[in-house]
Design a protein around this ligand. Structure first.
Ligand code: SF4
Length: 358
């Protein structure tokens, strides 16, 4: 079966129907398959062996504009991430969080938070503060999660000076209703994505694999939509099942490492001009090495916080590696500010950016 897929890829005959079948293949020798893909890409097509490794730590912290509060309590985030972010539910605390970034020599931050019942992250309430901060710190990079958004809100966000919006392109009605607890349609997600683009923002779509309780469902639809207007970068994240009483919620299953790698390979074929990233939010465990290695062999050239074994493997395989202390969506012009010596957080050029308190 997989030999046939491999032939179709090599002969450029792999189509959407093949992609759908491929996603359903199970119990195959995935290691041998992804190794063959890697060897085809690097030895026959001579694609460059490069990998950018991202470690967003204190030099690129996350700020929650709602503190640990969220009206949705969705099963994706389960509020477990909010409490680990810098708490910024009031103007004062938001200013403190930005000043904390300055004190810790940060090069940027992710402005995120919980959602309102309309699926919005209420960043707009801090528009003036962000504007003021960006005036003082032009090169400080602001990534953001905004959720569902109208065109006028997107315009306002653009005026605030936010640099990038990381947008979850979720096109599964069942996931929207039953996992995100939102009474919206897939059209609302497409409308929000288009509104952000039309407002002139840099938008980096994220696709959450296994969002339907750990099963593969409508993720391919998101790649089809992006195929019509290929983004510069696409980030894949994986569903981390919520926990109940210390145990994984039995309604969920853990996605397999090959599921994510399969989507990366499909994107590599259908979005040839898009850079692919394996993002931070993904299940981790003893399967991490397979997941990360197969994703890299399939086409991911950005990866967030890989395990030690993966770093050793890419070194052994002679990949050219660059390290960045930032979110995986930073653009190339910003890279010198975030360039690091390794994954431990030491910036290569710590004095490149002049930072000013609010
Ligand atoms: S996936 Fe990348 S851009 Fe999105 S939050 Fe994680 S590091 Fe930042």
């Amino acid at each position: 079966m997989l030999e046939e897929i491999l032939d179709k890829i090599k002969n450029k005959k792999f189509n959407w129907a093949d992609a759908r079948h491929f996603l359903n293949y199970d119990n195959e020798d995935w290691d041998s398959f992804f190794n063959k893909i890697g060897s085809y890409r690097f030895n026959i097509l001579n694609e460059p062996k490069t990998l950018k490794i991202y470690t967003p730590g204190k030099t690129f912290p996350s700020i929650s504009v709602t503190g640990s509060q969220c009206d949705l309590n969705c099963q994706h985030c389960d509020r477990k991430y909010l409490s680990n972010m810098l708490q910024a539910e009031t103007e004062e605390k938001f200013k403190d969080a930005l000043n904390y970034c300055i004190d810790h020599n940060s090069v940027g931050a992710l402005i995120s938070g919980g959602c309102t019942s309309y699926g919005k992250v209420p960043i707009e309430k801090y528009k003036e503060i962000i504007q003021d901060f960006k005036k003082k710190n032009k090169n400080f990079y602001l990534n953001s999660h905004v959720g569902l958004i109208s065109y006028s809100e997107a315009r306002s966000l653009k005026e605030s000076g936010i640099d990038t919006v990381s947008f979850d392109l979720n096109l599964d009605p069942k996931v929207i209703q039953d996992v995100f607890n939102l009474d919206f349609k897939i059209e609302d997600y497409i409308r929000s994505y288009d509104a952000l683009l039309e407002a002139g923002l840099r938008v980096i779509p994220h696709i959450l694999i296994g969002a339907r309780f750990g099963k593969i469902a409508r993720e391919l639809d998101a790649i089809k939509v992006l195929n019509q207007n290929q983004p510069e970068l696409l980030v894949f994240i994986g569903m981390i099942p919520p926990r109940k009483n210390g145990k994984m919620d039995p309604n969920f299953k853990l996605i397999s490492p090959e599921s994510i790698a399969k989507f990366i390979l499909i994107s590599k074929i259908f979005l040839p001009s898009t850079v692919l990233s394996l993002g931070c939010m993904r299940p981790k465990g003893k399967f991490s090495f397979d997941l990360e290695r197969w994703s890299i062999l399939s086409g991911a050239s950005h990866i967030v916080m890989p395990c030690k074994q993966t770093i050793e493997w890419v070194k052994k395989e002679n990949f050219e590696i660059e390290y960045y202390n930032a979110c995986c969506v930073i653009p190339s012009e910003f890279e010198p500010y975030a360039k690091a010596l390794d994954t431990r957080g030491t910036l290569e050029y710590p004095d490149l950016m002049r930072r000013k308190h609010l």
